[in-house]
Design a protein around this ligand. Sequence first.
Ligand SMILES: Cc1ncc(COP(=O)(O)O)c(C=O)c1O
Length: 401
Amino acid sequence: MNLALENPKLLSLAAGFTDNGTLPVAAVQEAMTALVRSPGEPEYLQYGTNRGRPGLRRQLSQRLCHLEPELDPAQVNEGCFVTNGSQQALYLAMQVLCEPGDIVLVDRPSYFVYLEMLTALGVRALSLPVDSTGVIDGAALDALLAALVARGEGSRVKAVYFVSYFSNPSARSLGEGEKTVIANALAAAGLWVPAVEDAAYRELYFHQPHPAASILTLPAWERFPRLYLSTLTKPFATGLKIGFGVCTDADWLARMLHVKGHHDFGSANFNQAVLERVLADGGLESQLAFIRPTYERKMRALHEALEAEGLRSLAWEWKEPAGGLYLWLRGPRALDTGMASEFCRACIEAGVLYVPGDLCFGESPPRNFARLSFGVLGEADLREAARRFVGVARHFSEQSA
Ligand SMILES: Cc1ncc(COP(=O)(O)O)c(C=O)c1O
């Protein structure tokens, strides 16, 4: 991102930012105007509560129950807290659970900022094994957990984490079967560890929501302490930086809120008040209805340009996503796309940035993946960025031939 800022000609497919052109200026303006004109004291300009505005939490809980009707709104509301984006909730969750030397089980690939955070906390990220199609491999997971327990490391496993809807970086969603396999494997190994389900992109589908229920509803997870995380940044306004969590475990929640009190004693009350109004007026639904086709168009612009430029014929593979903000590309086996690679440097020289895939793995990272974001750039720039990226890929393909 720094490189992109320094060189305006560089086209960034790296940043996970959203689309500037569709940010909800009118909805925010309306909500702010309504707020400042409302009678009574301007409490929205005062500190709020550490846990978040009750009215916002109630609406967030109701929305979640709308997605998963088996949930009880009162119970969800009891576990609901507002954070500075889901990023803060991730940090709070890990900070109160983990000590240096501990282990967290993570999806493969996983959200690289989260992986970096684990590294900074001295925590080892160990991948949930997947098969060649990227699906959770239950037998391999059983074997991994049995080996951990046999080595006396079972007690060091402090949590399991996965991004389950239109994931960053893979755009994959986890099926209910896969989520259940993870829970059953942990239970069979006697590892009743806290589970964090990161649903940051759940509502950013193009046509249909992914049908899988979350760990809040799936029976196999019932006995685990669970934290479901989501956000209003990606689906509404990243700049308001409001996210939320729903925690099923009172003690875990109390510990996170205690640390949140040290961070900020509550996320920006004004931003929450704006969002509370937006939600009450149906503004989130209209914004989602507006941005879903926009992101689909942008995804298609990038995806089709990569195809038209001939990337597939250079032995690159990827799937067309059904939601989210990313294309997840696998390059030829022998190609190194890593942060320090010549390929990465050549892309920067050619004026295009991507996220090196090796950052997105807990251990033994393969070196031939790249994450391309279609969130920020307009369609013409996406096509140009694709042209530059494929130009570099072609050059390396010809060199290796
Ligand atoms: C998978 C995932 N989780 C969490 C976050 C944090 O987002 P925010 O703090 O804006 O809610 C991101 C941001 O890119 C993400 O990709």
